[in-house]
Design a protein around this ligand. Structure first.
Ligand code: SF4
Length: 507
């Protein structure tokens, strides 16, 4: 591979001067990992400790998945190997990284000189069970609350076994077969009080490089956590707890310091349903007034105002992203997303008036109680929007994936054939509509995601085999060889009754 680009703000410590070696791992591409706040946050927080050296590992697009970017340290040479699992499907790459490093994939096969493998992130915070044989411990919820307790515990002069027992006693940590009773999901009430990284790593690459994070060369600024809405299908609306926002003053101080410490001229604001944040307009005007560029995530259509979208456009963002989710208001209301069609239309009017070039609209098909008319209405809505606007419209259609701990946790995902037919219907009806670009997630991938979201420990054998075969076809082969009905987990209706396997995780 070509030479890896230079990075700014990395930290390399003399390992003789520290007590704990921490591998911060992202089981996918460098670009995806560096686009999320978790890598920056844990990297800075851990390296701020005098006793710890934290270095990064990625599955793809770096010189080696098992050698750190900073010093080439072997993955197995660390005391703690910590993974952030954002998407369930990346468990394959996580297992591959362990095996490539010579760390036994199953925790039960690890010996006293193997590192302690810890997995955190949204996927495991909802349901860690399908992944439970691969982790020595899981962090359930907001890991920045316990990371230092974990490192302190690993630094104690104890056997590996005793350390894992001690980690099991930390609130919010789940150690399979050792944790007793319910596991409380970690969340902090006031995010003003927690650490935010300001010295962030940037890759010194030209625009368009595959090593550039998705927001470009930007400082990530976490504005909110959680969401004040609870759309029945949405994990963010259920597990990270109620929406919490940083105060304007705290955000301004993070940004001032961040810009001084990180050589960027752009901010990527992170958070769900950002439009609900009090004083968002003031924040954006302040950022744009400081001559900085800006990237904002998807906004709820009912929070978009002309003033807001004009300020965002002045900050250099040329695309507005909103998620109508369904084609009809009636289904939208039934799934808990109370946004009206006229609010969606108005948001697009505003984006166009503000001089934006494009809108992105995200929809879900296969939702409980959905009728064919709801699916057809997606195409009708987009066609009618395209007729009334000159702006480019990208339409993303994703299959419904039931998630643990959401209001739809007992629902089944429709069969592959049904989902395919729904996606095809929208795609075909939009094919001839000018300025509309269609994007659909492969329903097979959604099937795998659903199984990994709703499954239990019995899936570990399939995961291990699939990680060795790779790709979507690898899952089929793994299912056949293991004899475990992996793909039917998604459509299993037995969970409609009784206790759910993940009910031991509580808020
Ligand atoms: S879909 Fe959006 S508004 Fe609804 S709960 Fe999820 S993040 Fe919040």
């Amino acid at each position: 591979m070509s030479q890896f680009p230079r990075e700014i703000n990395t930290v390399t410590k003399d390992v003789r001067q520290v007590n704990i070696l921490f591998a911060l791992c992202y089981p996918s591409t460098y670009r995806a990992g560096m686009s999320g706040l978790a890598m920056h946050l844990f990297y800075s927080a851990l390296n701020a400790r005098q006793d710890t050296s934290c270095e990064r590992y990625f599955r793809f697009d770096t010189p080696s998945p098992v050698r750190s970017l900073e010093s080439g340290r072997g993955l197995r040479d660390n005391h703690i190997v910590g993974f952030s699992l954002t998407y369930e499907i990346d468990i394959l790459h996580l297992v591959q990284m362990l095996e490539m490093a010579g760390i036994p994939a199953f925790a039960s096969d690890r010996e006293c000189d193997d590192p302690i493998v810890i997995i955190g992130g949204p996927a495991v915070s909802a349901n860690p069970l399908p992944f439970s044989r691969f982790a020595d411990a899981f962090v359930i919820g907001e890991g920045d609350l316990v990371i230092h307790d974990i490192v302190d515990t690993v630094g104690e002069d104890k056997s590996r076994n005793d350390i894992i027992d001690a980690i099991a006693d930390i609130e919010g940590v789940y150690v399979p077969h050792r944790s007793e009773g319910p596991v409380r999901r970690l969340k902090i009430d006031n995010i003003d009080h927690i650490f935010h990284p300001t010295r962030q790593i940037v890759a010194d690459v030209p625009d368009g490089s595959r090593h550039q994070p998705i927001f470009g060369r930007a400082l990530l600024v976490e504005v909110t956590r959680g969401c004040g809405h609870a759309c029945k299908f949405c994990l963010i609306g259920h597990i990270p707890g109620p929406r919490r926002a940083r105060s304007l003053e705290r955000l301004q101080s993070i940004i001032q310091r961040g810009i001084a410490e990180t050589p960027v001229k752009k901010l990527a604001l992170i958070g769900s349903s950002l439009g609900d944040m009090p004083r968002l307009q003031e924040l954006i005007d302040w950022i744009v007034g400081a001559g900085l560029q800006l990237s904002v995530p998807s906004l709820r259509a009912d929070t978009v105002t002309q003033e807001l979208v004009s300020s965002i456009a002045k900050g250099g963002q040329r695309t507005l992203t909103i998620a109508p989710e369904t084609g009809t208001e009636e289904l939208r209301r039934r799934v808990g997303k109370g946004i009206r069609d006229d609010q969606i239309e108005r948001a697009i009017d505003m984006a166009e008036s503000a001089g934006m070039h494009a809108v992105k609209l995200y929809f879900i098909v296969g939702l409980p109680s959905e009728q064919e008319s709801d699916v057809a209405a997606i195409a009708e809505m987009v066609r009618s929007l395209a007729e009334r606007h000159r702006i480019r419209i990208t339409v993303g259609v994703n299959p419904f994936v039931p998630k643990a701990h959401t209001r739809f946790e007992r629902e089944a995902q429709p069969s592959l054939e049904v989902i395919r037919a729904k996606i095809r219907l929208v795609e075909e009806r939009l094919r001839s509509v000018p300025r509309v670009i269609f994007e659909g997630l492969d329903p097979r991938e959604a099937r795998v995601q659903a199984a990994l979201s709703m499954g239990d420990e019995s899936l570990s054998e399939v995961i291990l085999l699939a990680s060795r075969y790779g790709g979507l076809g690898g899952w089929r082969r793994a299912e056949r060889e293991s004899g475990i009905a992996f793909f039917s987990v998604a459509s299993d209706t037995s969970r409609r009754e009784g206790d759910l396997p993940w009910s031991f995780i509580v808020d």
